[in-house]
Write a protein that binds this ligand. Sequence first.
Ligand SMILES: *Cc1c(COP(=O)(O)O)cnc(C)c1O
Length: 357
Amino acid sequence: MAPSSIQSPAATQPDSDGGEKYAKVNWDELDFSLTCTDYMYVARFSAEDKFSPGNITPYRNIELSPAAAVLHYGQGLFEGLKAYRREDGRIMLFRPDQNALRMQMGAERMFMPAPSTEQFVDAVKQTVLANKRWVPPHGKGSLYVRPMLFGTGAILGLGPAPECTFLVFTSPTGHYYKGSEKAVNLCIEKKFHRATPGGTGGIKSITNYSPVFEALKGAKAKGFDDIILLDAATGKYIEEIASCNIFILKGDTLSTPETLGTILPGITRKSIIELAKELNYKVEERLIPVEDVLAADEVFCTGTAVVVTPVGSITYEGKRTEYRTGEGAVSHKLRAMLTGIQTGLLMDSKGWTVLID
Ligand SMILES: *Cc1c(COP(=O)(O)O)cnc(C)c1O
């Protein structure tokens, strides 16, 4: 047996309590840490193939050649979406086709074959249903789904992998910002950037994240929850947060940075733009100078992991600015609308949700 095929405790006997409705998890204590579930989905694509069927297999460690392209050249993408349990116990996904399309866009940029939208959505459904007992009860969080596409083929010279792997795993999750569910405190990062014009900021490339670890760690040590990144070209405009998009509200106008290649086009961002227009807010996608952020009435961030999280304060060059949060805030209204649709409490008139059982 290969030495690296270590299994997670959850995978050693995947069927041991498959008959039970829920896994043994303290649903009231869920945060954004990893809980291994029973199964994952794996498909392999040779660079010439455009399609290869995948399978559900027990969740376990994977084996890679030391020469796998992802390890040297960062040829990899990830996605994130959530499965929610409705009040009646049925399970829904939120706009999984959008994640499939974004993975395809990223795959083109990173020179990888990608699963079709149909295969992607089917893989997500199969993985969620195989891990059904890990989908939290209604109102207690959601099952986070992490699809990945990465170059597993061995290669030495700089170039794309001859084989890629499409893998989907899940973890039950709750709040992303532990202890800061009500509002987060951010600071504006001046030294480090996450994306550059012509780079990969517009796709969920694995290469975009560790470059901000140092800045994030420094901010957390000072008591901030996260950092706001500025555009690399001028350092004047806000772009996004390390893992989510940003909106500012001034009067009845909601503004968010335009997606010009350095900002990740969030599916939550896109959904919030639509919902805000429905509520008759004026929505602008534009360049947002730091001064506009400091003059805003409200600031909030959006993403699958953070949903809609109000920003309580932003610190820039040592000066702290506070914003409206709480039940009277527009962010509260938008969050309630979005989560209402996602969890089946509100009617979905847009066809955003997909029932999977
Ligand atoms: C994933 C991600 C987002 C949010 O995208 P959603 O589709 O809303 O989850 C925003 N910014 C970055 C950098 C991201 O990686």
